[in-house]
Design a protein around this ligand. Structure first.
Ligand code: FAD
Ligand code: NAG
Ligand code: NAG
Length: 500
């Protein structure tokens, strides 16, 4: 009993001594070590909390620079959190086939197409920076942020499999954004302010000195410091920038939130734009029957067509469904839309039981979300039975396809009847990605009209332009966020260290 009490006293004495000792040693650290106390009072401003902004913020904090991150939305993550295919990197140890060093570079310039004939030298340097830093970008996410990126797929336009995602259920955009945010939130140097919309870039002579922003309650405030713009694309700006640069796409729905684009904040201080008319349209955005008129659409993944789904317009097929996104979209948009605001079409995507089984995990999710339903051919309308019967003949080799389709993937329905089970959803072309934006150099500096860097201002991610030219390769947009976001963070840290 006495012995027990002595042990207890001893235990608590030791505990008290240990706490006192640790407290004196400032351990565990109450804040990350600060290299230069003078510098610590100087913070960097990051605009936008998608992958580009989070990458820049992570890099700044690794250099002991405090970060004020301003985000217009109520929650962080931007469009990046929705990314579903993955992030490119080469050469990495996860790739099933080792590729030569210049293959990714070559694929990117080929995909950029005609755009390469203007601003050629700048584009080549940007593409070189993107592709040469791609493996390091993937490794950074895996090694330092603990993201699983062990699965690799080959997407359209790529000559090797190099698009990385995790082995589990979490989509890559969500997994990457969550990991970065979690680590950032552990740092006392990180100050995230949501529902804060940047409205102006502040300048003092040739230097950018901060931003003005509106809080949720409408109050205007200012923050001072060098600025990294990572505010994303303008795909959701249907009546603004899209209408201006691509009048043919005005009023289109998008997979991006319906919000004004931010490039005008930067042109207001002399930033140069590039490729603003280069816009990626995806043919299959879901029209949600519960909210058909919303301009924000959920993306119907490529597997819908890839695994054998067919498309019907007024009950009839009208295209080789496996043609490029651009060709399939054009085949739809040259017909009369079913609604002008948003400008959309009523295309049915139809899967039979075989196609459904092949894409089951995706389709089950769409069924759960109410974006598709299990139905019968009779419910598709009078014309559909005839079209599907004709298609079944083509699949069986008894007829040639008038749209020259030659592969049919997992379609198994041989003798369609009105009672045959089908899985159906309504889709429409959607604006998916804007290739254009502000011109940057390989240091992520935003360039002015004279092509000289605007001091104190960097750009990264979809808000910038030039690196994708006329067509972005799948997986390269998350990559540009990481590569140019980290460069921007580093450059901004150097700038602050230089006492600017
Ligand atoms: C459904 C879907 C799937 C995709 N899949 C892939 C994929 O698999 N692989 C790939 O590489 N790419 C994919 N993309 C594209 C990719 O997700 C985006 O291009 C990329 O994430 C853009 O990142 P970002 O950081 O530049 O911008 P975002 O992630 O869009 O973030 C920008 C942020 O800035 C904020 N912001 C904007 N203006 C202001 C302002 N004035 N003040 C304050 N904050 C502001 C926005 O609210 C937003 O949160 C996909 C896109 C979508 C929509
Ligand atoms: C990339 O393009 C260059 C120039 O056209 C060519 O010499 C090289 O062989 C190409 N590399 C690959 C892997 O295709
Ligand atoms: C779907 O079709 C492809 C080839 O077209 C085949 O390799 C695959 O095994 C099929 N999947 C299922 C689930 O039937």
């Amino acid at each position: 009993m006495v012995f027990h009490r002595m042990l207890t006293v001893l235990f608590f004495s030791c505990l008290a001594l240990t706490i006192a000792y640790l407290y004196k040693q400032n351990y565990p650290p109450m804040s990350a070590p600060i290299a230069d106390p003078g510098m610590a009072s100087r913070h960097a401003i990051v605009v936008g909390s998608g992958l580009a902004g989070l990458s820049a913020a992570s890099q700044l904090i690794s250099r002991n620079i405090p970060v004020r991150l301003l985000e217009r939305g109520a929650k962080p993550g931007g469009n990046s959190i929705k990314a579903s295919s993955g992030i490119n990197g080469a050469p990495t140890t996860y790739q099933p086939v080792a590729e030569p060093l210049d293959a990714f570079y070559n694929d990117t310039t080929r995909s950029a197409g005609h755009a390469m004939s203007s601003f050629t030298a700048q584009r080549e340097k940007l593409i070189e920076t993107l592709t040469k830093n791609s493996a390091a970008g993937v490794e950074w996410l895996v090694q330092e942020k603990g993201v699983d990126l062990s699965r690799v797929a080959q997407l359209g336009g790529h000559s090797y499999a190099r698009t990385h995602r995790g082995a589990g259920q979490a989509p890559p955009g969500f997994a990457i954004v969550s990991a970065l945010l979690k680590q950032l939130k552990e740092s006392p140097l990180f100050d995230l302010r949501t529902s804060c919309t940047v409205t102006k870039v502040l300048q003092d002579g040739a230097h950018v000195t901060g931003v003005a922003y509106a809080r949720e309650d409408g109050k205007q405030e200012e923050l001072h410091g060098p600025v990294i713009f990572a505010s994303g694309g303008f795909g959701g700006d249907a009546e603004g920038l899209l209408a201006k640069y691509r009048p043919d796409l005005a009023g289109y729905p998008s997979t991006n939130d319906p919000r004004p684009g931010t490039q005008p904040l930067l042109t207001a201080i002399g930033a140069q734009l590039i490729d603003m008319d280069q816009v990626q349209v995806h043919p299959t955005g879901f029209v949600d029957p519960a909210n058909a008129a919303t301009p924000l659409k959920f993306l119907g993944a490529e597997v819908l067509r890839g695994e054998g789904g067919i498309l019907l317009l007024n009950g009839k097929r009208f295209v080789d469904e496996l043609d490029t996104r651009e060709k399939v979209s054009n085949a739809i948009t040259t017909t009369t839309p079913s609604s002008e605001s948003p400008k959309q079409w009523t295309v049915q995507v139809v899967l039979d039981e075989g196609t459904y089984q092949a894409a089951k995990s995706h389709i089950d999710f769409y069924l759960f979300k109410g974006l598709m339903k299990k139905s019968t051919i009779a419910e598709l309308g009078p014309q559909a039975l005839e079209s599907i019967t004709q298609y079944a003949k083509v699949v069986a080799g008894e007829a040639t396809d008038e749209f020259h389709r030659t592969t049919f993937a997992n379609w198994t329905l041989k003798n369609p009847t009105p009672e045959s089970v089908v899985y159906v959803g309504v889709v429409t072309p959607v604006v998916h990605f804007t290739m254009g934006g502000v011109l940057i150099n390989v240091k992520s500096e935003v360039l002015g009209e004279d092509e000289k860097p605007i001091k104190g201002l960097w750009g990264a991610g979809e808000v910038t332009g030039g690196v994708h030219g006329g067509n972005r390769l799948g997986g390269s947009s998350l990559l540009e966020c990481v590569v140019f976001g980290r460069i921007a963070g580093d450059q901004c840290a150097d700038y602050l260290a230089g006492g600017k």
